[in-house]
Design a protein around this ligand. Structure first.
Ligand SMILES: Cc1cc2nc3c(=O)[nH]c(=O)nc-3n(C[C@H](O)[C@H](O)[C@H](O)COP(=O)(O)OP(=O)(O)OC[C@H]3O[C@@H](n4cnc5c(N)ncnc54)[C@H](O)[C@@H]3O)c2cc1C
Length: 341
């Protein structure tokens, strides 16, 4: 039986673990628990093209693995949303209506059956893992892959790199065409905030999003601008500058006064086209990542693609990592594919 190690027990690593385990594979996950998550993250089907298929697959997998999903009505304000996109959303099952929304004081695309908060921390915390700092070293021109865990060498039959923004920093002897960036959001509060704890708002006019904190009618919600700030994933080395003031001004313009409680930030992994990627890096070394700021949406779907590559040799060309083979270097784009500016 193949002995597989998954490096990184985040969203992709946790789903791959379950998929491989189900087919009887011998598989372990190594994680150093360096990533801070909000308990829940947004899963929206309001994406474009094939990403919608990945998000639908993610939804199926969360349900299959009993990860709690909390549905919300979403309100999309402004943005470049053409008829074709609306049709794609409807085909995906969204119930869409464009109308004036009194409590937002603006016209919005109101959508049901398309947006959820996913309890990602439950997915991650319920995945068995070995705590350790892993590295991947590719030797003999890609013929041998060695894994070190806390500086001790191990050999596995199959290595899967799924350490998100850390991927390109923990692999030696192979180039992974991804970079990391910092992204943050604020937990906020006000007395009238109950309504914002019950709705997801994508405001492309004022450039912010707002989502429930818990979604149980408490006056707490989360706001962010989704901005990608290029930065190496090492919070101890540097303090990443964030323009909280600008975000607060924009949100206040739409939603009125509120109090900031705290900021939470972490790192994401960017690819040159800001879309997910997976594939073969070397003999017995596989990769799934580049999930940018929408890994809870498309991450499990991407894990399924890697699983199908391993089991059936099936390839979904649009997401193969080899599409970047000629890219020498790249700048991180600020606009992500799930943002419809
Ligand atoms: C503030 C913020 C808000 C976000 N909101 C959303 C949202 O609402 N919806 C959404 O879809 N996405 C959201 N994202 C993006 C989402 O978090 C990422 O796309 C997703 O986490 C990427 O998943 P991953 O499995 O590739 O990597 P990660 O989730 O980053 O997991 C990587 C894992 O590898 C581990 N690791 C790192 N280095 C090592 C090492 N050397 N050895 C062992 N383990 C290691 C880490 O501890 C981590 O557990 C948000 C991101 C941020 C920062």
């Amino acid at each position: 039986m193949l002995k597989t190690v998954i490096i990184g027990g985040g969203i992709v690593g946790s789903v791959l673990y379950r998929l491989l385990k189900e087919t009887g594979d011998e598989v372990i996950v190594v994680d150093n628990r360096s990533k801070a998550y909000f308990q829940t993250l947004i899963l929206s089907l309001l994406l474009k093209g094939k990403d919608i298929e990945l998000a639908k697959e993610s939804l199926r997998l969360y349900r299959r693995f009993n990860i709690p999903l909390y549905p919300f009505t979403s309100y999309t304000i402004g943005g470049k949303i053409d008829e074709k996109t609306i049709e794609e959303w409807k085909e995906a099952g969204a119930e869409i209506e464009e109308k004036y929304v009194d409590w937002l004081n603006v016209s919005a695309i109101v959508s049901n059956n398309s947006d959820w908060l996913v309890h990602v921390s439950k997915l991650i915390r319920s995945t068995p893992f070995i705590k350790g700092n892993a590295k991947v070293i590719v030797k003999d021109e890609g013929k041998k892959t060695v894994v070190t865990i806390d500086n001790k060498e191990y050999n596995f039959d199959r290595v899967i790199l799924a350490a998100g923004p850390w991927n390109s920093y923990i692999a030696e002897g192979i180039r992974i065409p991804t970079k990391s960036y910092y992204c943050w959001a604020l937990l906020v509060y006000n007395n009238k905030g109950k309504i914002y704890d019950k709705a997801i708002i994508y405001d492309y006019e004022l450039r912010f999003y707002s989502r429930p904190f818990l979604g149980i009618g408490l006056p707490f919600w989360v706001v962010g601008d989704g901005k990608a700030i290029p930065s190496e994933p090492d919070p101890k080395k540097r303090i990443v500058p964030c323009d909280e003031k600008l975000l607060i001004e924009r949100v206040r313009k739409r939603l009125g006064k509120f109090t900031k409680l705290y900021r939470r930030g972490s790192y994401c992994e960017a690819t040159p086209d800001m879309r997910p990627a997976y594939g073969i890096l070397a003999d017995n070394l596989y990769y799934a990542g580049g999930l940018n700021g929408y890994g809870a949406e498309v991450g499990p779907g991407l894990a399924m693609l890697l699983f199908r590559l391993l089991k059936e040799n099936y390839e979904e060309k649009e997401y193969l990592l080899s599409r970047f083979k000629d890219v020498k270097d790249f700048e991180i784009q600020d606009l992500e594919p799930h943002e419809l500016l």
